[in-house]
Design a protein around this ligand. Sequence first.
Ligand code: NAP
Length: 287
Amino acid sequence: MHQVQRNFYAGVMGFPVAHSWSPRIFARLSQILEFPLHYRGIEVQPKDWDEALPVIQRLRLFDGWNVTLPYKERFYDWVDELSPEAKAVGAVNLVRLAEDGRSWGHNTDVFGILKTLEEQNLDVGRGLAVIYGAGGAALSVGYVLGLQGASEVWFVNRTLTRAQAQCKRLRRLFPHTQFVAAEVAPVRFRSPPRLYVNATPLGMKGFPSRSPMRTRAEGGALAFDLVYAPESTPFLRSAERQGLRRVGGLDMLLWQALASWEIWVGEIPKIQKIKKQLRQEIVTQIR
Ligand code: NAP
């Protein structure tokens, strides 16, 4: 793996970016790993996109950046090369500018989801899973479940057409998994779900404080909330009352930061230990 030896300039690009936890996480990582990675918010208003991007690229103000809303799809079209995950989910959330000036688009959502499920010892295998939401993050969850060979994956979303579009995309990639779109959760699934995922912003600071889960869940399953702030959400509290195992979105967020670092700078030694340390420090801040 490559290892960058010089100062590295990165950031998070989106609009707005003031709420992002990434600058805090990367500042801390830079201290822990004793490497000069300089990271900042790069707020680009949609009206400025056409002018801002060529300037940023030509002046090489940054060596790479994370991408947040509303630009993940735009960068998909903008970069020169795509990683297999970015190509599969049709969205770029990390850009790396190579030495030769070419831009690479990656998607670290997939890695963050895979690592979180791995830490929870959850491989859906031939089982059934339910995803609430049908945006970019939900699609990445569906992609991971397709990779795991799930037999059935439900997308439950308030806009049915969006859930249908995600199912159509995933069916082409994973013909052996049944992808089902629904507007409201069906009362009875064919077999007890092994995984319930909240991929909507419900429960996040500034959004309605309720859970998207309407049906009674089956005990023993895992409830995974992609929301990471606050740590305890209505979805996770409802899962707790129903005896489910639970994990919030912080682990996914941290694994994505670590993956970004490795793509930009190089391998992180003792990555599990670093992740544990970061988690302990950050979790107290998001409570
Ligand atoms: P997105 O593309 O905007 O999709 C949002 C989804 O949530 C859509 O399906 C939308 O439904 C649904 N939704 C929004 N508001 C709702 C409401 N009031 N009631 C019911 N459904 C609602 O967003 P995304 O990028 O997929 O992100 C989804 C969530 O995952 C966010 O909370 C984000 O912070 C979180 N996330 C976390 C991580 C992490 O590292 N932990 C990474 C990525 C994303 P419609 O289709 O009907 O609009």
